[in-house]
Design a protein around this ligand. Structure first.
Ligand code: ADP
Length: 397
């Protein structure tokens, strides 16, 4: 069974065609600059030369059509006919409080995705466009929506409610949702198996450390807490996002500098985090290089990043009354052994011991803790596309 996985952004579309019989990627690619001049499709069929095509893509519908053409092209295609695609799995950012699971798309599902435009203003409109474009291009092929927020829906109220007047939850569903849900679901589920933990009771903390970063705590693969909130701004220090901050800081800066709330949130989302603290870059490699060259702000930014991750791990260990495995994933988590080690150095009180040799690894699933470590520490590469494809198969079969 072949599943097409789509991740639509406002001006981009990433896709993977996966053969679910052996979970192998048959082709993947990217449409960029949709709706802007200079649109380009980059199509990478497995085992063949990549194919780059500049062609107008005024909307996501045209982009999907070009992807379909590329997939069936006699030269760089990988299937004979689009009817070979059994289903399409869509990454959808926000499902609000209505969806606690992935779901096969119908009119009602599309209505709810639209109702959640306020909660995911950058992503939900693009996600819906992608779904509607597929309905047009491949009528009759089922579409499945896999929400980034579903994993967080199993959090108990004590974890998801903000301590603000209750009326805002009633009126606007203001609560903590959490994001990177597909990644946390995938990695926590895989780690239960990889570390031979009890599938119902295993306590896992997943540190998804990329340009965006979040941590989740789960028991038996069910989320009990996660660090992002109503939006992805809450929680860890990220590439350009501040993470947790006293809201009064906003008022103070706005008053001093005559900024409005939109400008302030733009600063917290795009100019803060590692970039804002280091004044060097949002990319960990650049900040680490600057630290090596003696840049003190860069050193403080890296220390603060590690410190906050360690604090969340401590909090989540308390929330679960213990932890069996701690997993690192995403760009920094999978590639940066120094950061993994620095975080684990805070965790001696949990009996965590890192094996330096095992930790000298990038991008492959591996236990990186010593055999006598009381908690298993593991590097587990995330694979959101595969997680979406698995959910899609589960729902359409
Ligand atoms: P996104 O949130 O955009 O999906 P990724 O998970 O791809 O992010 O992570 C990208 C980040 O990973 C980069 O910004 C970079 O900071 C970090 N990264 C990648 N490789 C390394 C490395 N070898 N050492 C340190 N950081 C790295």
């Amino acid at each position: 069974m072949k599943v097409l996985v789509l991740n639509c952004g406002s001006s981009s579309l990433k896709y993977q065609l996966i053969d679910m019989d052996n979970e192998s990627v048959i082709a993947k690619g990217l449409c960029e600059r949709i709706g802007i001049e200079g649109s380009v499709l980059t199509h990478k069929p497995t085992g063949k030369e990549p194919f780059v095509q500049e062609a107008p893509m005024p909307t996501h519908t045209q982009a999907i059509k070009l992807v379909m053409d590329a997939l069936v092209d006699p030269e760089h295609g990988v299937i004979k006919d689009t009817s070979e695609i059994s289903a399409i799995g869509h990454r959808v950012l926000h499902g609000g409080i209505k969806f606690t699971e992935s779901i096969v798309v119908n009119q009602q599902v599309k209505d709810v995705i639209r109702e959640c435009f306020d909660l995911g203003p950058l992503h939900n409109p693009a996600n819906l466009m992608g779904i509607e474009a597929c309905e047009e291009a491949m009528p009759g092929t089922p579409n499945v929506a896999v929400f980034d927020t579903t994993f967080g829906m199993s959090m108990p109220p004590k974890a998801y409610m903000y301590a603000i007047p209750h009326e805002y939850y009633e009126k606007y569903s203001i609560r903590r949702y959490g994001f990177h849900g597909t990644s946390h679901m995938f990695v926590s589920g895989e780690v239960l198996k990889f570390c031979h933990l009890d599938p119902k009771k295993g306590k896992v903390i997943v540190c998804h450390l990329g340009n965006g970063g979040s941590i989740s705590a789960s028991i038996g693969g069910k989320c009990v807490d996660t660090s992002m909130g109503l939006t992805p701004l809450e929680g860890l220090i990220m590439g350009t996002r501040s993470g947790d901050v006293d809201p009064a800081v906003l008022q103070f800066i706005m008053n001093k500098e005559g900024k409005d709330i939109n400008e302030m949130l733009n600063i917290l989302n795009k100019k803060s985090g590692m970039l804002g603290m280091s004044e060097v870059s949002s990319d960990f490699r650049d900040v680490e290089k600057a630290r090596e060259e003696g840049n003190e702000e860069a050193a403080v930014a890296l220390d603060a990043f590690v410190y906050r991750v360690a604090k969340y791990i401590g909090a989540y260990t308390a929330a679960m009354n213990g932890v069996d495995a701690i997993a690192f994933t995403a760009g920094v988590g999978e590639n940066d052994m120094k950061t993994r080690k620095a975080i684990c150095e805070y965790l001696g009180y949990l009996g965590v011991k890192i094996d330096d040799e095992a930790n000298n690894v990038r991008g492959e699933a591996r236990i990186i803790s010593a055999p006598d470590s009381k908690v298993q520490v593991v590097l587990y590469p995330t694979n959101e596309e595969l997680a979406i494809a698995r959910e899609t198969v589960r729902l359409v079969q």
